[in-house]
Design a protein around this ligand. Structure first.
Ligand code: M6R
Length: 373
């Protein structure tokens, strides 16, 4: 059942090229540049009329929502707010009939996310689910569902569902950008070509397995870890930290790279491994600018004798001068980069947990589906 893998989590990490491909399949047209979402009770007119998007979710799915904010604001030019479902429902959100609510959930059964959905519906908002389980509660109650075709996820730590969610959210973004007239079909087609290449690039990234195992060997005794990123890479820093704490029980924090000097720099010493996401899309001026800022944050960590593990873009000639270890990823448009960036962080968490003798698939105190509030 584990297909020759030692754990479900590792098997599911390796299924990501397939999960991303299946989630894209049949939804893009490389000829016309048009997106096809599943049948739903949210029309093109609805997508044009929405003034704001509220995204609510829990855990890993919430991290996918944070990344989606960058996609939607940049391409579909719509305001986005992202909330933890457990917070959203109790803060009397100003959501209304002119807003779209997106629920992101692997299981479709998370109690807080169900409650958040009901709160939005009660206030007249249409709800769109991004969900991995056909016929689950949230999918049944939604006006529309874009299913992630990740396949059943058994490991408590979410992996392939996350990259499939990022893929589905990117498709929703392209669709909204198209119907709202914010992107040309030609530009959309360029993104689709990149999407079509992602599974191949993911296969390539999975070859980092041995390298991350080496890193685990070196750092599995650490008592704390820091993960840093800027912009859309920040949610990936959060997700990298969540993966590590969830399965290895090491205290880990994700932080926006630029916030370090406002407090966390005080934590840095030679015993604290700092994972920094320092990728860039060299064709995108904004991405390069953020990269340069991240490099100066990285230098600040080094100046305080911190240990730096950088996740960077292949062909970066300078990064190795600044970091103790570098993991290289293929270049992709910035909005798609989270799908690749999370993979080495999943593998790192996995190998560290295995070395520490933890129960990777069934971490203590956790359930796969959280059906209580
Ligand atoms: O099924 P859901 O996506 O609604 O679940 C949300 C969280 O419980 C889930 O992502 C949790 O954080 C994972 N164990 C993280 O790996």
């Amino acid at each position: 059942e584990k297909g020759g893998f030692k754990h479900f989590m590792l098997k599911e990490i390796y299924e990501q090229p397939r999960a991303v491909r299946d989630t894209t399949l049949g939804r893009i047209s490389l000829d016309t540049g048009k997106i096809f979402l599943d049948e739903m009770q949210i029309t093109a007119d609805d997508f044009r009329r929405f003034e704001q998007v509220y995204i609510t979710a829990c855990g890993t799915s919430w991290h996918a929502g944070l990344a989606a904010k960058f996609m939607l604001e940049r391409l579909a030019k719509i305001r986005v707010e992202v909330d933890y479902a457990s917070e959203y429902r109790y803060r009397d959100p100003l959501v209304g009939p002119n807003d779209l609510t997106i629920l992101i959930t692997q299981s479709g059964e998370t109690a807080d996310t169900i409650a958040a959905q009901r709160e939005s519906k009660a206030k007249g908002s249409k709800t769109l689910a991004v969900c991995n389980v056909v016929g689950s509660m949230i999918a049944r109650e939604a006006a529309g569902t874009v299913y992630t075709h990740a396949g059943p996820e058994i490991g408590v730590a979410s992996t392939k569902a996350f990259t499939a969610q990022l893929t589905a959210l990117f498709l929703i973004t392209l669709h909204m950008a198209e119907v709202r007239g914010k992107i040309s079909y030609d530009d959309a087609r360029k993104y689709m070509e990149e999407l079509a290449q992602l599974p191949g690039k993911l296969e390539h990234v999975l070859k980092l397995d041995a390298e991350t195992e080496e890193l685990a060997k070196k750092y599995h005794r650490a008592s704390d870890f820091l993960f840093l990123g800027r912009g859309i890479h920040y949610p990936i820093a959060l997700e990298g930290a969540l993966k590590l704490k969830e399965i290895s029980y090491i205290h880990a924090e994700g932080y926006p790279a630029g916030e370090m000097k406002h407090g966390p720099n005080a934590l840095i010493d030679e015993n604290l491994p700092v994972v920094i996401i320092a990728t860039q899309d060299t064709r995108d001026a904004n991405s390069v600018l953020k990269y340069e800022k991240t490099i100066s944050n990285l230098q600040e960590v080094k100046a305080r004798s911190g240990t730096v593990i950088a996740v960077a873009t292949e062909g970066d000639p300078h990064i190795a001068d600044h970091a103790d270890h570098v993991v290289f990823l293929p270049e992709v448009p910035e909005l798609l980069s989270p799908i690749l960036e999370i993979v080495p962080l999943q593998l790192l968490a996995y190998h560290i947990a295995v070395r520490r003798g933890c129960d990777v698939d069934q971490p203590r105190n956790l359930a796969k589906s959280v059906t209580v509030e």
